[in-house]
Ligand binder design. Structure first.
Ligand SMILES: Cc1ncc(COP(=O)(O)O)c(C=O)c1O
Length: 459
């Protein structure tokens, strides 16, 4: 049966006539008005019916034919193809936009201060990138060769890790590097030791790879190395500033950890997320400085420049770097060229060092202020390094309740309990002082002290 579809041509619609026709026929197939096997009019008849040129009708049919909606049978005409049961997609329900969150002053850890006016050094790096053409191919799964050279020099100079470009893999930050490492070097069911309390993203990474997590207690100095048993093949650790308690693993414990790993063959995963910031204390050797065969070191720009850059580096034995790069060569999952080229420019130009120096001065002041304001309300720990301190509270206080009350009063601050898994310990607050402006920090601390006072935490 020939089609007598009510096709409509609208010459004022601003859409080509053959596209209008094709669209209406497609819609009729989708909503069932035109069934498989239905015969369409010849292009000559269609042109006559709609007062259009035959060329327009032919173009519409050509288009539909190319897309597989219709087929021509020699001598018999043009028919709707059997496209199978196809329902038009349900119109998408757009969720009503979330209520804008009342703006909170933030004392959450982890995000550095971002200067609203970019420095000349930052702008220079991007100008340099924009003046270059991108590389041609897919060759640099481990990272841009020149950037790997510059990063090897950087970690040698600032972290004392003796290494070459063959030991460097450029990542999208710590968590990306950690997930890649776990995915490539661990098997589901393998055990991994993680500090407790510890970094929840590391826990999530291990869980997602179906590893069995063994919680290792932490004291004021960091990981309790004596709690490691010989059957643990991997350990995730934050030795430069334990997250979240802030301990700096003493040299003797570092040596003990390395000796343990050498004896058992375990892999130590060193998360060096904020080691650039340390106040009035001498640097401690990175674990990777002590033994690059046993340690995989993870560094990041997230605390020095911004987490939004999604850029970091992994330092490991050459064999591990090759293994990870081979995996990435197939997955295509490595940082884009512009970001890597910009970091290279920032390293060559000294911009990264300069930005760190500037931030260090800013954070030193804030840290002093934060510690002195909060000292009467609990025990301040972890203040020697990084971008946050932890305030331990007396045992009768519920830190989640304090956090909720602070939120109610306009301040976002995380309870220490949120970082704990099975190892119990005192309540507390994990307080980042880097993110807000200095004025906002002062206001936030003032509000927090009122909340703590109400919670009965003074004295
Ligand atoms: C313990 C720890 N490691 C690493 C990071 C940074 O992760 P990324 O480099 O993926 O941004 C953070 C940020 O909050 C952190 O707290």
């Amino acid at each position: 049966m020939e089609s007598s579809l009510p096709l409509v041509i609208d010459r004022a619609a601003g859409q080509a006539l053959h596209l209008q026709l094709a669209e209406q026929i497609r819609a009729a197939v989708l909503d069932g008005r035109l069934q498989a096997g239905h015969r369409l009019p010849s292009t000559r008849d269609l042109a006559r019916q709609l007062a259009i040129s035959r060329a327009v009708a032919q173009s519409a049919y050509d288009q539909l034919h190319a897309e597989g909606w219709i087929e021509g049978r020699t001598g018999a005409g043009t028919f709707i193809t059997d496209v199978g049961p196809l329902r038009p997609a349900e119109p998408r329900r757009t969720a009503s936009p979330p209520e804008p969150e009342r703006s909170l002053l933030t004392l959450r850890p982890g995000i550095p201060y971002i200067d609203p006016t970019p420095d000349p050094g930052w702008r220079r790096a991007w100008r340099e990138v924009s003046s270059q053409s991108p590389p041609r191919g897919y060759d640099d799964a481990a990272g841009l060769p020149a950037l790997r050279v510059a990063l090897a020099e950087h970690v040698g100079r600032v972290r004392g890790i003796a290494c070459g470009p063959e030991n460097i893999l450029v990542t999208n930050g710590t968590v990306h590097g950690l997930r890649l490492l776990l995915g490539v070097t661990r098997e589901p069911g393998d055990r991994i030791a993680i500090e407790d309390p510890g970094y929840l993203n590391a826990v999530a990474a291990a869980q997602d790879h179906r590893l069995e997590i063994v919680d290792i207690p932490v004291d004021r100095d960091g990981l309790q190395v004596s709690a490691l048993t010989d059957d643990l093949p991997a350990v995730y650790v934050t030795p430069s500033h334990q997250y979240p308690l802030g301990g700096r693993l003493p040299v003797a414990r570092r040596n003990e950890l390395i000796r343990w790993a050498r004896r058992t063959g375990a892999m130590l995963i060193e998360d060096d997320y904020d080691s650039e910031f340390r106040f009035d204390v001498a640097p401690l050797p990175a674990l990777a400085q002590l033994d690059l065969d046993r340690v995989v070191h993870l560094g990041t720009l997230s605390k020095t420049l911004s987490p939004a850059l999604r850029l970091g580096w992994l330092v490991a034995s050459e064999a591990t770097v090759v293994q990870l790069a081979d995996f990435r060569a197939n997955s295509g999952d490595w940082p884009g060229w512009p970001m890597q080229a910009a970091l290279l420019a920032m390293l060559r130009d000294g911009y990264l060092d300069q930005a760190i120096r500037k931030h260090r001065r800013r954070y030193a002041e804030r840290r002093t202020r934060t510690c002195s304001v909060l000292a009467p309300y609990g025990r301040v720990i972890g203040q020697d390094a990084g971008l946050h301190i932890t305030l331990l509270l007396s045992n009768h206080i519920d830190d989640r309740e304090v956090s909720a009350a602070a939120r109610e009063a306009g301040v976002a601050v995380g309870p220490l309990s949120d970082y704990r898994r099975t190892v119990s310990g005192p309540p507390g607050l994990v307080i980042g002082y880097a993110t807000p402006t200095t004025d906002d920090l002062h206001r936030a601390l003032e509000i927090l002290t009122e909340v703590l006072l109400r919670a009965g935490s003074k004295g």
